[in-house]
Design a protein around this ligand. Structure first.
Ligand SMILES: Nc1nc2c(c(=O)[nH]1)N[C@H]1C(S)=C(S)[C@@H](COP(=O)(O)O)O[C@H]1N2
Ligand SMILES: [Mo]
Length: 443
């Protein structure tokens, strides 16, 4: 048993807002919401209620969009305890799914204990995993010479590479979609950026011979389906050959120079960074080279697919109008300070975090302390390698005491910025890259 606490946490205020944001506004604050006018609808009464709840005046209240849950209430749950993990919020215990509060992602390289866990099935029994006998099979109709490798054979036969690679679940941010999408109600913490060490997918596949008709790869892992049926896969996804053979796609046995943590895929995992985390197979046992788009479990609609064209919230989208998610969108996190801190008015506040943009690079990050009315450019570092997240930092001052929110907004090199509101609704709640917000009480 990995869990030490058994009742699942309630999402409280988030659930209320997910069901009906204007009702929640009215219920909690007496705030009248007009969906057409996003700002300026805090009545005197609702402003008093909200100020009382956050424990301070809200100097920029007139700029506060309606239907906005104050960030002060975003992280109100008790952390659970998971083996090898520290401070993660468990969203589900069968299968285990746990996310990382933003302030625990402050390290430039995510430590193992703070890497989120997204399981679709039941991991292989830990005691039965033997890295000395673990086999990786390379096969598939577009592979010339199907071959099987032990981990030490991989280490001997191919060059070892280390990269810092971000992995973000396609459903990160799902909790904010209205109407709500089923699945783990991730807030912002299904993302991490540790280093991975292993061999290139390209080197291994090329040694087995990639046929000219190869278009896709697919992975299989040693975890089992929730039903216990050994013939069913919990998940078997993949990427186009072009993505699989990029330099940074790895078959990895180490994370941060140690064994990959059990819950993150020990002893071997695939890492294809920049796309939904679901393409990075854990407990990796087999890679197939396909002459068609891989048709493994969770490749089919609506899994990890979004509508080809924007749809109205709540729309039922036919299969043929859905497409496979490729690169993840531009996004950022405020990892310091922790949301909800008190800060002295006289001092500048140091603020920092990370930004990433799937297959692309982040061009700039800006922050706001007035609900997005004005923005300040921050100092942004270059990534240490392609697919590593980029660190940013700045200092903020505040005009008077009271309740503030710090928002961060990243823009990628193609000029695409994070939206301040939840972007395109889609049936499964993927790709929410809305600005991250933290609460700051200036005293
Ligand atoms: N074998 C296997 N691989 C898997 C999964 C899984 O359930 N089984 N989950 C996928 C999903 S949806 C994500 S987001 C990432 C999460 O990686 P992590 O649990 O190491 O954070 O692993 C992917 N690889
Ligand atoms: Mo995921």
């Amino acid at each position: 048993m990995v869990l030490k606490k058994d009742n699942p946490p309630s999402r409280g205020i988030h659930e209320l807002y997910a069901q009906d944001a204007s009702k929640a506004d009215k219920l909690l604050w007496g705030r009248e919401t007009n969906p057409l006018a996003r700002r300026g609808f805090l009545t005197k009464g609702s402003l008093l209620a909200m100020s009382a709840a956050v424990g301070a005046a809200i100097p920029f209240a007139y700029l506060m969009p309606s239907g906005l849950i104050p960030a002060a209430f975003a992280e109100d749950e008790e952390p659970f305890t998971l083996e090898g993990k520290d401070g993660l919020i468990v969203l589900n215990d069968r299968p285990v799914n746990a996310e990382t509060p933003a302030h625990l992602l402050d390290d430039e390289i995510t430590p193992a204990k703070h890497m989120f866990v997204r399981n679709n099935g039941i991991p292989p029994v830990k005691e039965k995993i033997d890295p000395n006998t673990w086999k990786l099979e390379i096969a598939g109709e577009a592979c010339e010479n199907p071959t099987s490798f032990t981990i030490s054979e991989l280490k001997e036969k191919f060059k070892t590479h280390t990269y810092q690679l971000q992995i973000e679940c396609g459903g990160n941010g799902r909790s904010e979609f209205v109407p709500s999408a089923s699945g783990n109600q991730w807030t912002t913490g299904a993302v991490a950026c540790p280093t991975f060490t292993g061999v290139r997918v390209r080197d291994v596949l090329e040694s087995c011979g990639i046929k000219d008709n190869a278009v896709y790869i697919g992975y299989y892992g040693a975890d089992t389906h929730l039903s216990g049926d050994p013939n069913k896969q919990p998940i078997s996804r993949g990427v186009p050959i072009k993505k699989a053979v990029q330099d940074e796609s790895l078959i990895a046995w180490a994370m941060n120079d140690e064994d990959i943590p059990y819950l993150n895929g020990y002893p071997l995992r695939l890492v294809c960074s920049g796309w939904p985390g679901s393409v990075s197979g854990k407990w990796l046992t087999k890679i197939v080279v396909r002459d068609q788009v891989h048709d493994g479990k969770k490749m089919e609609s609506p899994s990890y697919r979004v509508p080809k064209h924007p749809v109205a919230p709540g729309t039922e989208v036919p299969k043929e109008d859905m497409q496979i998610i490729e690169s993840m969108p531009v996004k950022s996190l405020v990892t310091f300070p922790k949301s909800g801190i008190n800060h002295e008015l006289a001092k500048p506040l140091a603020v920092r975090g990370h930004a990433w943009a799937g297959d692309f690079q982040v061009a700039k990050v800006e922050v706001s302390n007035d609900f997005g009315a004005t923005w300040k450019m921050v100092k942004l570092q270059a990534p240490v390698n392609k697919f590593a997240w980029q660190h940013w930092r700045t200092e903020l001052t505040f005009p008077e005491i009271g309740y503030y929110e710090v928002w961060a907004k990243a823009t990628d090199r193609k000029g695409r910025a994070q939206p301040m509101v939840v972007p395109d609704w889609n049936p499964k709640g993927y790709l929410n890259n809305a600005c991250h917000r933290i609460a700051v009480q200036v005293v």
